[in-house]
Design a protein around this ligand. Structure first.
Ligand SMILES: Cc1ncc(C[n+]2csc(CCOP(=O)(O)OP(=O)(O)O)c2C)c(N)n1
Ligand SMILES: [Mg+2]
Length: 356
């Protein structure tokens, strides 16, 4: 009986050297730290500080009972969102992430008042007070959430990237997910399609070392997460996610790769979250010393401050910036607290009702 083409193909066994040659296919160039001007670096610092102070305020409002439901803070991870999104064009490139999403929204220049109003469930919130911390969107910014289902944003992100390619709008999708999410099945289905169709997408694993209370080493057989795309031929790059210039440098390389039509790229951002998984997590699975040591040795904002000092930026200039940020954040809390709750009728709007 004649062999079917599939059987013929299967009978050709790859040698180890052929396999090595395949693994040596074209790679993105090695990223170098971004050479920021003084103005750019000041902006990175300011934007990271805005996230930090905004999140601290959100934590306080949660403690006061003004924020209900879940609330996942981004403190410690600021350099990732700022380093990456500063390289994108809001309104052209799309961004999607999980539930730890306030920082990514701020990084895209979305009004802090609208985000705080959303957190506190007010009508003025960006999702009209009905989405809360985990479900925020801004289609004008092409910011597509805010998703509570771990890993779902990766598949949705592949869809957004397909949309960019199909419409030829030149946009790139940045799809963020966590170390825990990187063990989800749908992530790999999305990797496969994204590479097969050369979709313009940057997959970003924010490896903050923990998925709820489980450390990455306890949960992942391959804990070098940048390698996770290898069997789909997606190149991976591991990045110091606590250094905004390293992150921005990696963004440049990834964007070059994706924009030149070579398909997706995977960035593993080595980072750390200082707070518990959510506001209700006492974080007993790690020691205080561990957290303190990261704060002392690799805090992204302190690191940026050191770069600024090298560039001759004075303490006074930074203090003025700190004051400006505190004012913006306090105003966002005042705005939120003085806004009204949604009308009861809003219970029946934006609800998808279909017959099957
Ligand atoms: C499909 C699914 N499974 C489980 C959960 C419960 N859950 C919420 S967050 C989380 C941990 C995810 O950790 P990671 O991906 O590392 O993101 P991080 O919270 O560190 O940002 C889990 C298991 C969920 N929301 N969705
Ligand atoms: Mg994690």
């Amino acid at each position: 009986m004649a062999k079917t083409p599939a059987k013929k193909a299967a009978s050709k066994i790859a040698t180890v050297s052929e396999d090595a040659a395949r693994a040596n296919r074209e790679r993105p160039t090695e990223p170098v730290p971004y050479k920021a001007s003084k103005e750019e670096l000041l902006k990175f610092y300011r934007d990271m500080l805005l996230i930090r102070r905004f999140e601290e305020k959100a934590g306080q409002l949660y403690g006061l009972g003004l924020i209900g439901g879940f609330c996942h803070l981004y403190i410690g991870q600021e350099a990732v969102a700022i380093g990456l999104q500063s390289a994108l064009t809001p309104g052209k490139d799309s961004v999607i992430t999980g539930y730890r999403d306030h920082g990514h929204m701020l990084a895209y220049g979305i009004d802090p008042n609208l985000i705080m109003a959303e957190l506190t469930g007010r009508a003025a919130g960006i999702s009209r007070g009905k989405g809360g911390s985990m479900h925020m969107f801004s289609t004008t910014h092409k910011f597509y959430g805010g998703h509570g289902i771990v890993g779902a944003q990766v598949s949705l992100g592949a869809g957004l990237a397909f949309g960019h390619k199909y419409s030829g709008d030149g946009g790139v999708c940045l799809a963020y997910f966590g170390d825990g999410a990187s063990n989800q099945g749908q992530v790999y289905e999305s990797f496969n399609m994204a590479e097969l169709w050369k979709l313009p997408i940057i997959f970003v694993i924010e490896n903050n070392q923990y998925a709820m209370g489980t450390s990455v080493n306890r949960a992942s057989s391959e804990d070098q997460l940048y390698r996770r795309g290898e069997s789909f031929r997606i190149p991976g790059i591991q990045v110091d996610g606590m250094d905004v210039l390293a992150v921005r440098g990696a963004a440049e390389v990834a964007l070059d790769w994706v924009r030149s039509g070579k398909g997706p790229v995977l960035l593993e951002m080595k980072t750390y979250r200082y707070r518990g998984h959510s506001m209700s997590d006492p974080a007993k699975y790690r020691s205080r010393d561990e957290v303190q040591s990261v704060r002392d040795n690799s805090d992204p904002i302190e690191g940026c401050k050191a770069y600024l000092a090298e560039m001759g930026v004075s303490e006074d200039e930074l203090k003025a910036l700190e004051k400006e940020i505190r004012t913006i954040v306090n105003e966002s809390a005042d705005f939120a607290e003085s806004s009204s709750e949604p009308e009861l009728g809003e219970l029946y709007t934006d609800v998808l009702v279909e017959q099957y």
